[in-house]
Write a protein that binds this ligand. Structure first.
Ligand SMILES: [Mn+2]
Length: 318
């Protein structure tokens, strides 16, 4: 709950606190974590691994740096995920610590146990949750914090395509506090252009797409060599209404699921990815229109991808 999150931060302010988030951090993670640090100036920001390319560019642009993990923390705050599988560095970090989770994703099957939680799926971005938190704590939102939260809001709303009234209100206030012009912020938007390796992976995945038609809807799936979220989105760009992209790596597999915004509400991809995660021996979840699954059973990937398409087709038929 919101109130419990506020008291958690008040209680641990000034102590050794680590702020962390899911693997392959996105812009919403990075924006939320660094903005939250303004309410906990002594906190360290600990990343599980290298952030995704857009988040990396945001950090370069705003000269932000992660911290090296210290030996001891009193409390840990997790932003933008509630899944244990997406926090591979978690056991080392928390052992016996007070934990707060601030997240807008659906509850994962492997959600963190014993934590204080503020999980609210009605928020489109975690950045907005952090904004409401730091405002309630009477922390000043300076132009730099406003800029990173603004980018978090833009990123998780797919540039306002999935926005609601609250998100527009938050964005307007952040824009004002950033002391920048909107077109300037958009021009500086990190990740306007995808890296050549990402585009190559998308093109190569396009050679291996399979699809099925259900009345007027198309479901597509493909294995890929990474960037599975970008690949799933690129399949939507190619004409799919629902897309699944699966990446098999050394230690397991990851699946990303996306659907055309106009379809929103028809399919619950978060639930579908919970099923996929269980098949992969891991977990899954996310949002109704954008979700993912991870797990160690990499040999199952192809079959699980096909299973996702079959389940989606069945749902759309009924
Ligand atoms: Mn998010």
């Amino acid at each position: 709950m919101f109130k419990e999150a506020i008291s958690f931060i008040r209680k641990w302010r000034g102590k050794r606190v680590a702020i962390t988030f899911h693997t392959l951090a996105d812009v919403d993670c990075v924006g939320s974590a660094f903005a939250l640090k303004s309410a906990l100036p002594d906190a360290d920001i600990i990343a599980p691994d290298k952030p995704a390319s857009m988040a990396r560019r945001l950090m370069e642009q705003l000269a932000l740096r992660f911290d090296w993990p210290a030996k001891h923390y009193d409390a840990v705050i997790v932003v933008d995920t509630n899944s244990r599988a997406l926090l591979p560095h978690y056991s080392k970090l928390i052992k016996g610590k007070a934990v707060l989770v601030i997240d807008h994703h659906s509850l994962h099957t492997d959600r963190l146990k014993g934590a204080t939680e503020w999980i609210d799926q009605s928020y489109i971005s975690t950045s907005e949750m952090v904004m409401d938190l730091i405002k309630a704590l009477k922390v000043k939102i300076d132009p730099k914090i406003a800029t990173m939260l603004f980018y978090g809001v833009i990123a998780d709303s797919a540039c306002f395509r999935t926005a609601d009234v609250r998100l527009f209100r938050h964005a307007a206030e952040l824009l004002e506090r950033s002391h920048q012009r909107y077109h300037k912020l958009l021009a500086d938007l990190p990740g306007g252009e995808e890296s050549i390796s990402e585009r190559l992976v998308c093109l190569r995945a396009a050679q291996r797409v399979q699809s099925v038609r259900v009345d007027d809807l198309l479901i597509a799936w493909a294995p890929c060599e990474g960037f599975e979220a970008a690949v799933a989105l690129s399949l939507i760009g190619l004409g799919a209404d629902v897309a699944f992209a699966g990446y098999r790596h050394k230690h397991g597999a990851r699946i990303s699921a996306r659907e055309r915004p106009a379809l929103e509400g028809t399919l619950d991809l978060a639930a579908l990815m919970r099923w996929a995660g269980a098949q992969l021996g891991g977990s899954g979840g996310g949002h109704r229109a954008a979700a993912g699954a991870v797990g160690p059973r990499k040999a199952m990937l192809e079959a699980v991808l096909k299973g996702c398409a079959e389940r989606a087709a069945k749902k759309l038929k009924s």
